[in-house]
Ligand binder design. Structure first.
Ligand code: FAD
Length: 458
């Protein structure tokens, strides 16, 4: 009796219900084989951006090692998962497949099809939760609808009990047994390096390697460091980009190397007055995923259709402005620092993401989808819900968006959140010299223009 565990954005062995359920069958003489399919040619699925591909390579290497400890071989395949999962299950003579539920409509369509194919071929399928704190169907208003405003969503979420995480699995026969079962299966494990997920030339990933270790162990370390220290300063310092006051967990959560339940419960146990602020940020993640479930086209369509008439420009209409923004040469130091941080490290502080996105959409008049696509390619934590969800929030077209007239002034934001200039100095050392560009737009004028466009929407 063999179980095939299909991994996607749940690249962990701890608190992974689909895997744990597979391991429970080991006692009765069954065995487990794991599979990851690189779905870059599955129709409808958005291919990963460059930074995420880099992260994925490290995460798969790490997962392979952890599974080996448990005596489980990891098979790597590439292509259309609707076909490949069934073929692999057949080749490996698996009688059941376990997988973690996905929420974007494209992923769900693919999964419905692949599950139907498996069942038609006589393979049992079990779909498990694991990506969220609660299933979207379980958090509804009294009238049975989904929440469109964050605050009542957060209240509803906070009043629900979150299941405790599962313990880390133990035991297994180690590498010996992996070799043995691969020989017995007669299938190859697949060669990760052939996927070329990491850049070769130019190698733009040096900055990513410097600060990130994309492993499950590193995720736990980030969490421990944060609850042991950072969380005490979270409310007062989380908005200061120069202070290391946030958890740094987003890419690990993105790839499921830590579960949101693990993070939630550590946060709850940490106690203290700042705890609620931290938990509410996890609730923002949850809010965006629930929204994506109900608004499947969130990455392409304004959630508020009145914005369809807004005359945003594409990056082709304003190539110089877009380039200045992407390269961190707008002449607004806080935004430039953020964009350079992003390019170098695959990350940008949340406050700076908001200010930078606002400059692009409101002052440059460039479509939020252009900025979202840039972030998709460059962020290590870019995901299908939080990235479009936050862009729509900044642009004003999201369901619970920032009011349109609240246009961030990047200079005032800099004075307020980087008063000593430490963050800007780190990324824009040439500030104050002739090398540093003058502002590429006039803030007041572009602000008035944006407001006039907004008013014309009626
Ligand atoms: P912490 O402050 O330690 O927060 C803990 C966790 O809460 C984060 O890891 C994240 O999972 C969640 N979280 C915090 N803030 C938000 C938020 N506003 N929305 C959703 N989840 C949140 N976050 C992503 O994970 N992926 C994205 O693609 C993404 N794109 C963004 C785009 C824009 C324009 C903006 C303004 C924000 C975006 N964010 C995104 C949200 C936020 O900036 C990051 O989650 C945060 O900076 C990650 O750092 P951290 O893990 O140290 O956060």
């Amino acid at each position: 009796d063999r179980t095939l565990c299909l991994f996607r954005d749940d690249l962990r062995v701890t608190d992974n219900p689909a895997l744990t359920a597979g391991l429970e069958r080991l006692g009765s003489g069954g065995d487990v084989v794991a599979l990851y399919v690189l779905e870059d040619s599955t129709p409808g699925l958005r291919p990963l951006g460059g930074a995420a591909r880099w992260w994925l390579h490290g995460a798969l290497e790490d997962l392979r090692r952890s599974l080996e400890q448990l005596g489980i071989p990891l098979l790597l395949r590439r292509g259309d998962s609707r076909r490949i999962v069934a073929e692999t299950a057949e080749a490996a003579r698996a009688s059941r497949v376990h997988l973690t539920r996905r929420y974007g409509v494209a992923g769900q369509d693919v999964d419905s099809e692949l599950m139907a194919t498996l069942r038609r071929r006589g393979v049992a399928v079990e779909e498990w939760p694991g990506h969220l704190l609660h299933e979207p169907e379980d958090v509804a208003t009294v009238s049975g609808e989904h929440y469109k405003v964050f605050t009542p969503f957060w209240r509803a979420l906070r009043s629900r009990a979150v299941q405790e995480p599962l313990p880390a699995p133990r035991g297994g026969q180690g590498l010996q047994s992996v070799r043995h079962s691969l020989n017995g299966l007669g299938v190859s494990s697949g060669d990760l390096s052939r996927w070329e997920l990491r850049p070769s030339s130019p190698d733009w990933a040096a900055g990513l390697r410097e600060i990130w270790e994309p492993t499950e162990r590193a995720a736990l370390r980030h969490l421990e460091d944060f609850v042991d220290g950072g969380i005490e300063r979270y409310a007062s310092e989380r908005d200061l980009p120069a202070a290391p006051a946030t958890s740094g967990l987003s890419p690990f959560l993105r790839f499921g190397q830590i579960s949101v339940r693990q993070v939630w419960h550590s946060g709850v146990r940490a106690g203290g007055t700042d705890r609620e602020d931290f938990l509410s940020e996890l609730a923002w993640r949850e809010f965006h995923w629930h929204l994506l479930h109900h608004h499947p086209r969130m990455a392409e369509q304004n959630m508020r259709p009145t914005f369809d008439a807004y005359p945003w420009q594409s990056r082709r209409d304003a190539p110089e402005l877009f380039r200045a923004w992407a390269q961190g040469r707008t002449g607004f130091p806080l935004v430039d620092a953020g964009q350079r941080e992003l390019w170098r490290t695959g990350h940008m502080h949340n406050r700076v993401r908001m200010v930078s996105a606002s400059l692009l959409v409101k002052n440059f008049g460039i479509d939020w989808r252009e900025g979202e696509a840039w972030f998709w390619d460059t962020l290590v934590d870019a995901d299908a819900a939080s990235n479009p969800g936050n862009w729509q929030w900044v642009a004003g077209c999201g369901v619970d968006a920032a009011p349109y007239f609240r246009i961030f002034n990047p200079e005032r934001q800099r004075q307020r959140f980087d008063p000593e200039g430490r963050y800007v100095a780190r990324w824009v050392p040439e500030l104050g010299s002739t090398e540093y560009p003058a502002p590429v737009v006039e803030l007041q004028e572009s602000r008035q223009e944006a407001l006039a466009h907004y008013q014309s929407l009626g």
